[in-house]
Ligand binder design. Structure first.
Ligand SMILES: *[C@@H]1O[C@H](CO)[C@@H](O)[C@H](O)[C@H]1NC(C)=O
Ligand SMILES: *[C@@H]1O[C@H](CO)[C@@H](O)[C@H](O)[C@H]1NC(C)=O
Ligand SMILES: *[C@@H]1O[C@H](CO)[C@@H](O)[C@H](O)[C@H]1NC(C)=O
Length: 722
């Protein structure tokens, strides 16, 4: 098949403008703006579309392959041909085999939604701009399982330019059983890669085997597109030689690539072309036996229609992303300084990259939207309550409805009476994408943790949106868990908390704090002041009466009674501050501002006195309860970890903070790419719900929904519908 089309439509040359408030950082000859991150997000949109470029590969970007979040290498190359000479920009391990020269990498940058690399290809300046939109309130844009690669060629002296990109079968999770397909819809060219006979919902090392990896593009008014698949040396060699591809696909084998080329011809003004890389699953989630699919499928039920829309939407998505990047950097720098802005920018795509936004695959009913989140890298659980909990500050800031969208599948399951234990469930299924509950009652037991989390999350949602209609449907369930906390959170049986790696404890003070705050939150949300009073009584017992502190009240202890020397970061105080609950007096927070300076390691404060590792999400929560100087120390320490150049994973939320136990400080442990980095937004969240204002309105949200919502804390907790 030969594919060579011209289109009258086009995206023009929206050039990759780049903002940088802060000076860059050098690593070799490449400058990194605003700083060197551990890894650059390239296409990061959901648990199965998550491609990253480890920062230690950026220096050699023309040779370097990206990685799936879990660490598997992926084939994804980009090549530009300038006046007959091809230069690899990314991902060509053996350029000489195809008569390709490596370009020279000049600069790398990340913003909240873009990763941008500037290179010199001979005399041409070329920019690779990887855009993964973050548009939580625009369900259509957010749910599309695709990402943009824009290749921009700067204004030049009339050079003859062609641009090439390919992906390989490693994107499918099982290259040895892969097959490729080519589809041409109008002027749209689509290669898809699938695994033969892949069972529905099957994973291999966290990659989806079902569904399809996508490479697509279409000509713009100034370019022609051609296509080819086959052995990489051959396909790339054909491009290097002719600047176009013959369309005569070779036999497919597991090392093969699928490639698309834009021929721009003689370029005098700066020009950009777009490629789309994606991973589409038709049935995306198994929710209690029913298939759920991407929200966008209500409007764009076929892959080609979804891709056409995605390309049409580029201009709007780009404008929104620039506004969002700018607002995030400005607001977070104003909140807690430029280092905090760097942390937030690197966390944004990752926070939303753990989520799928879905509707029923049968009904495509957009009034029934559910969000699912994967507990990436720890165990793959689905809609883990103590993953939604640490992440919730990002939803609170960007679009608090996500708290409801993520809780709703769990609440539906609980309301169906299928969970019989007296405390809240840990998650909605052992492994993504199976949201099938635990009818065998065998979820990981974290009784106080999850009861407290659920009450705090529901309250945070109602506090931010005023939507008591949602919460009042589930009052009975919430009240059952409030009763459980009232009865079980002083003499606390041996149990795990969220940080299960630290092991179980009896009488863990931080759980008692969570319970007190959860009780007060439920009391305020429901209007049932009985629970508010119990929460306050518990708080008074643990703080004023000193059950949870040392005698001098310098800090909260790890466990009580009688362990005055122990301590743990009491991050469960954060929602008390955020939701203005006043369960604990100010003096309880002030303790920490003084105490934590005394137990600070090279990279900050560990989780508790037993560990040498810190949790970045909880530390940002805790920082939200401090005075600004202690808060800034916590921000400095997390930033130091993020930028120390010692590691190359997607942002890890767990790392060695101190050398006190003989381990190398500043290196990550186990956790990578987790959406819990949403917790880094805790300091921004203190600015109030929806404090990021530029996000596009709910263009595709059912009208019935937004009507009864009021915004902001002032209206909060006034209407009680018990
Ligand atoms: C392509 O079309 C866009 C508008 O659709 C226009 O702004 C741009 O100048 C055109 N580019 C060329 C090279 O014709
Ligand atoms: C999802 O919907 C599509 C389109 O109607 C259908 O072909 C497919 O079989 C459905 N998948 C499942 C698992 O129900
Ligand atoms: C836990 O604390 C309660 C209240 O102080 C106490 O009665 C109980 O003995 C403690 N349990 C353990 C295992 O120390």
């Amino acid at each position: 098949m030969r594919f060579n089309l011209q289109s009258p439509l086009g995206l023009g040359s929206l050039c990759a403008s780049v903002f940088s408030f802060f000076s860059g950082q050098d690593s070799g000859s490449v400058t990194h703006h605003p700083v060197l991150p551990p890894s650059y997000p390239l296409a990061v949109r959901n648990p199965y579309l998550s491609a990253w470029m480890p920062s230690d590969r950026v220096q050699h970007l023309p040779y370097s392959e990206p990685q799936f979040w879990a660490g598997q290498d992926l084939g994804w190359s980009v090549i530009v041909r300038v006046d007959g000479q091809a230069y690899s920009l990314m991902g060509v391990p053996n350029p000489e085999a195809s008569d390709i020269r490596p370009a020279i990498v000049r600069r790398a940058e990340f913003t909240a939604t873009h990763s941008v690399f500037d290179l010199m290809a001979g005399s041409a300046e070329v920019t690779l701009d990887f855009l993964s939109p973050v548009s939580p309130s625009n369900y259509l844009r957010q749910s599309l399982s695709f990402s943009y690669l824009t290749v921009h060629v700067s204004e030049s002296k009339g050079q003859n330019i062609q641009v090439y990109s390919d992906i390989d079968a490693r994107w499918t999770g099982k290259a040895g059983r892969s097959q490729r397909d080519f589809e041409q819809q109008g002027d749209l060219a689509i290669y898809s890669l699938t695994v033969e006979d892949a069972p529905l919902y099957a994973e291999a090392d966290d990659m989806a085997l079902w569904g399809q990896a996508i490479l697509a593009s279409r000509p713009s008014n100034f370019s022609a597109v051609s296509a080819l698949s086959g052995k990489p040396e051959k396909v790339r060699g054909e491009f290097a030689k002719f600047g176009a591809l013959s369309g005569e696909d070779d036999t497919w084998s597991d090392g093969s690539v699928v490639a698309l080329v834009h021929d721009l011809g003689y370029v005098t003004d700066g020009l950009s072309v777009n490629f789309v890389v994606g991973y589409e699953r038709n049935a995306a989630i198994n929710f209690l036996g029913e298939a759920y699919t991407g929200y966008y499928r209500a409007q764009y039920p076929t892959t080609s229609s979804a891709l056409s829309f995605f390309l049409d939407d580029y201009g709007n998505a780009l404008l929104e992303s620039w506004k969002l990047d700018m607002e995030i950097v400005t607001l977070s720098a104003a909140t807690a300084g430029p280092k905090y802005a760097d942390i937030i920018a690197l966390s944004t795509r990752q926070a939303y990259g753990g989520i799928d936004l879905t509707i029923s695959n049968d009904t495509l009913d957009t009034n029934d939207v559910l969000a699912f989140i994967k507990e990436l890298s720890s165990d793959g659980n689905i809609n883990t309550i103590d993953v939604i909990m640490p992440a919730f500050p990002v939803y609170y800031v960007m679009d608090p409805d996500y708290i409801r969208l993520l809780l709703e599948p769990v609440m539906k399951y609980l309301a169906a009476g299928r969970w019989h234990l007296p405390y809240a469930i840990h998650d909605l299924g052992t492994h993504y994408p199976h949201a099938i509950g635990h009818d065998d009652q065998q979820a990981e037991p974290m009784p106080i943790e999850e009861c407290g989390n659920l009450l705090v999350l529901a309250s945070a949602y109602v506090y931010a949106t005023g939507d008591t209609k949602w919460s009042s449907q589930y009052t009975e369930i919430f009240q059952e868990y409030a009763d459980y906390l009232a009865d079980n959170s002083i003499n606390i049986a041996t149990q795990l908390s969220s940080n299960d790696a630290a092991g179980p404890l009896a009488n863990e003070t931080n759980l008692a704090i969570k319970a007190a705050v959860g009780l007060k939150a439920f009391g305020e949300m429901s209007g049932n002041k009985y629970y508010s009073r119990i929460g306050e009584e518990h708080a008074s017992l643990f703080f004023e009466k000193g059950l949870g502190t040392d005698i001098q009240k310098t800090h909260f202890v790890l466990e009580y009674p009688d362990y005055p020397e122990t301590w743990k970061t009491p991050y469960n105080l954060f929602p008390d501050v955020l939701l203005d609950l006043k369960t604990f007096p100010d003096a309880a927070y002030r303790m920490g501002s003084d105490f934590f300076a005394t137990v600070r390691g090279e990279y900050g404060v560990p989780l508790d006195n037993r560990q040498d590792w810190a949790k970045s999400d909880w530390n940002m929560w805790l920082a939200g309860t401090f005075d600004t100087s202690t808060r800034d120390e916590f921000v400095d320490d997390l930033w130091a970890f993020m930028t120390n150049g010692k590691h190359n994973w997607p942002f890890s939320d767990r790392y060695v903070a101190t050398s006190a136990h003989g381990n190398e400080p500043g290196v990550p442990i186990l956790c990578r790419a987790r959406p819990t980095v949403g917790g880094h937004f805790a300091l921004l969240a203190l600015k109030g719900p929806r404090s990021i204002e530029c996000l596009s309105s709910h263009a595709h949200r059912p009208a019935s929904e937004s009507a009864e919502k009021t915004h902001g804390q002032n209206h909060m907790f006034e209407s009680h519908e018990l």
